[in-house]
Ligand binder design. Structure first.
Ligand SMILES: Cc1cc2nc3c(=O)[nH]c(=O)nc-3n(C[C@H](O)[C@H](O)[C@H](O)COP(=O)(O)OP(=O)(O)OC[C@H]3O[C@@H](n4cnc5c(N)ncnc54)[C@H](O)[C@@H]3O)c2cc1C
Length: 470
């Protein structure tokens, strides 16, 4: 495109959102154009920062008119390269960061209406201030935004009890690819009036429209929380323990996370201020959290009883129960800092039925050892949801780099085991650019055809986040 047309496009964007909110200086746009893992980086024509749904609509309308692609961006913490440009055509990054108002909080309907750019932690804080809980919780909660969470259908640590991001939503406001605003911001718990359209945009990774606001469910704020760090012999024991604790504690069991000794060692070596909570080393650990609205002492007693029963029946090797909030936070830190403690290796975010997680870990580890002798497996994650982050690296830096270069071969080994167990190659992170090609080998052709039909119906010009998902 010629310079005059480009200037005129930028001028019209500036009329919509204000000159200061159209960034073109490469130094200013760079952070928006590189993903969190620094694996994807490409120039965009500009970064546009609207402050309202109307401004988003104007920007999208302009882009639709010019045939410019729109890359919606929240906190840019996504792990699949979905939130950054591809560099293959004219693109703008549409940052939602300035749409950050809480529009309404209705305690009697247990619902909160928020704009897409609200940082997840700020929604949790607003809920807490009104004596409620917004349960979505993940390591990036201080930076990720609710629009990104809903667009990736994020999971996190409380899915076991409360479900993933999709399950927190009552209504949505979305700017469609032609610039019209769909107002589906209804706070209804029952609404059987045809297709549930909001579901289309949840987990769509910005390929069908821009989420500008959402009505989210709130829950009672637990008055008591018990956090336990539990050593087990093997993943099979962890799965049995999950069943036993659920039988003993019911749905008060809120989180159930698996950590291998290899992951714990990485954290202890690289994250300052961390220490092993148990005296001796064990091959596997579970971080379990139980919460309730009742008395803290009563909850602690019933968790202690449940753990004693489990120890007596041989399900666990050792355990410690946090005696204070600070101790609970220290236990969570061991889990939450695993991603940064093993930053550079070949990542997998896979799921299988919970009962098959032990087979996944055993079979994939054997296959990795056969194909890449000396490969180190970092397995951890949301075992209560059947979702394991199964990462593969090597202790020797050169061997590690070789694995990174040949990551497609590592992926193939892991995904073959996942497929044989009826699992998914993306449990909670999405597809983005990272798995767009790979998914074609793993998803039913009919499902892919239906996805393409939906994309074509909603975005016939293909301007919404092209090069991602499908
Ligand atoms: C340390 C760390 C821990 C993490 N832990 C977890 C975890 O436990 N569980 C989990 O699921 N994820 C986890 N993630 C991944 C990431 O935080 C989530 O995917 C999160 O939901 C992304 O939100 P975001 O605002 O950063 O979105 P972005 O990265 O900005 O965008 C993600 C995708 O959503 C699209 N998008 C963003 N906003 C909108 C919008 N308003 N409308 C339409 N499309 C939009 C983007 O185009 C992109 O495709 C973690 C990431 C880090 C860095």
């Amino acid at each position: 495109m010629n310079d005059v047309a480009h200037r005129s496009f930028l001028d019209r964007l500036a009329q919509a959102v204000g000159r200061a909110q159209v960034l073109t200086d490469p130094q200013e746009t760079a952070p928006y154009c590189t993903d969190w893992r620094r694996q994807y980086s490409a120039r965009a024509e500009c970064v546009v920062r609207p402050a309202s749904a109307d401004e988003v609509a104007q920007v999208v309308r302009l882009c639709a008119h010019e045939g410019v692609a729109v890359v919606p961006q929240g906190g840019n913490t996504g792990l699949c390269g979905g939130s950054v440009p591809t560099g293959t055509r004219r693109e703008i990054v549409l940052s939602l960061a300035r749409l950050n108002r809480i529009r309404d909080l209705d305690t009697l309907n247990n619902a909160i209406t928020v704009e897409a750019g609200c940082v997840l932690a700020s929604i949790q804080a607003a809920a807490q201030a009104s004596g409620r809980l917004f349960p979505l919780s993940l390591g990036a909660e201080g930076s990720c935004q609710i629009g990104g969470n809903l667009s990736t259908n994020a999971g996190g640590v409380n899915v076991l009890r409360y479900g993933n991001a999709r399950e927190q939503v009552l209504g949505l406001e979305v700017v469609l690819p032609d610039g019209r605003i769909w107002d589906g911001l209804r706070g209804l718990r029952k609404d059987n009036t045809g297709y549930d359209l909001k579901q289309l945009f949840l987990g769509a990774e910005g390929t069908l429209g821009v989420i500008t606001a959402a009505v989210l469910k709130l829950h009672p704020q637990p008055a008591a929380t018990a956090t336990a760090w539990i050593a087990v012999e093997a993943p099979q024991r962890a799965v049995e323990l999950l069943a036993a604790l659920r039988a003993r504690l019911g749905d008060r069991l809120t989180a159930f996370e698996l950590v291998s000794r290899v992951c714990l060692d990485a954290v202890l070596a690289r994250v300052p201020g961390t220490r092993d909570p148990l005296g001796a080393a064990h091959p596997w650990y579970v971080l379990a959290e139980v919460s309730d609205v009742g008395e803290p002492a009563a909850l602690a007693a019933s968790v202690e009883r449940a753990l004693t029963d489990s120890a007596e029946s041989g399900e666990i090797r050792d355990a410690t129960l946090a005696a204070s909030e600070a101790q609970a936070a220290a236990l969570w830190r061991l889990r939450e800092t695993i991603p940064e403690a093993q930053f550079r290796n070949v990542k997998h975010d896979v799921s299988v039925p919970v009962s098959k997680v032990p087979a996944l870990i055993d079979e994939a580890s054997r296959a990795i050892e056969r194909a890449f002798p000396g490969g180190v497996v970092y397995a951890f994650g949301h075992i209560g949801d059947g979702n394991i982050h199964y990462n593969v690296g090597a202790s020797d830096p050169e061997a590690n780099e070789a694995l990174m270069r040949g990551r497609a071969a590592v992926n193939a080994v892991v995904y073959e085991v996942v497929a044989a167990l009826g699992g998914s190659i993306s449990a909670e992170h999405g597809l983005g650019q990272l798995k767009r090609e790979e998914i074609r080998r793993h998803k039913d052709p009919l499902e892919l055809e239906l996805m393409r039909a939906l994309k074509k119906a909603l975005d016939p010009a293909g301007i919404m986040n092209p090069g991602k998902v499908i």
